[in-house]
Design a protein around this ligand. Structure first.
Ligand code: SAM
Length: 231
């Protein structure tokens, strides 16, 4: 698949780098033009890469590209024009290993999709890589409340925006933090900048006298103390 003409940016490349093992199924949910899925298909990191988006034209376009350019096995890909909240997970073998990727959508929509998906995840062999746009704290709180543990996390900057990438599963016993843990490298100026921006955001929110914002702000301020220790 060299003929897709588009290249993945830093954020999608970082997601790819987080995938360090082989899965039976990788679901590139909310895949848009399918860039990440094409790249994963080329990398052969799953038996089947599923391209999922709710917009029919996008899926017709992706299906056409795959039919015209993919020279590997026909079992290697499937295209689903579907709400990501309705993945057909129950139709597949319980023992299959799945990675569900949901990236590039707002945190609140991501939570709604996860709320619908988790009851469908009857097998423990399901991992998620999530990359919300905004509302990272809320997403993390949701995942913690639903007993998802941390596999890995990382922070990436692309087009002057910061993104948190979360690799989580129910099988992992490592606690997920509401404000991030292993992703932080306080020797990295980019990470310190992101923390400062996040603190400023919650400082503004406290002006609306939100009790939650005060509590959240204090957690990020505790991290800030660590940055001073690190540099
Ligand atoms: C900005 S694109 C993200 C593309 C890619 N995942 C990324 O991270 O760059 C968001 C995509 O999400 C799709 N989308 C929004 N809600 C969806 C849902 N409930 N189910 C499936 N796709 C959805 C949109 O059609 C759009 O193509």
């Amino acid at each position: 698949m060299t003929n897709t003409n588009l290249k993945t940016g830093r954020r999608l490349q970082q997601i790819e780098q987080m995938i360090t093992k082989h899965y039976d199924h990788i679901w590139d949910c909310c895949c848009d033009h399918g860039l990440l899925g094409f790249s994963l298909l080329n990398a052969q990191v799953a038996e089947t890469v599923h391209f999922v988006d709710i917009v029919p034209d996008l899926m017709t376009d992706i299906e056409g590209k795959l039919q015209n350019h993919w020279q590997g096995s026909q079992q290697a890909w499937q295209v689903h024009c579907l709400d990501a909240a309705e993945l057909p997970l129950k139709q597949l073998a319980q023992t299959d290993k799945h990675l569900i990727i949901i990236a590039g959508i707002g945190g609140e929509l991501l939570i709604e999709i996860m709320r619908a998906l988790l009851p469908l995840c009857t097998s423990d062999q399901i991992e998620f890589v999530l990359c919300p746009v905004h509302h990272n704290y809320k997403v993390r709180q949701f995942l913690i409340a639903h007993q998802l543990g941390l596999i890995n996390e990382s922070l990436v900057a692309e087009n002057k925006r910061f993104y948190e990438l979360l690799h989580v599963s129910r099988q992992s016993l490592k606690a997920l933090s509401s404000v991030g843990s292993v992703m932080w490298d306080f020797n990295n100026p980019m990470h310190r900048k992101y923390l400062d921006k996040t603190i400023q955001h919650y400082q503004r929110s406290t002006q609306n006298s939100s009790v939650d914002a005060h509590a959240i702000l204090n957690q990020y301020l505790s991290l800030k103390k660590n940055t001073r220790a690190a540099i």
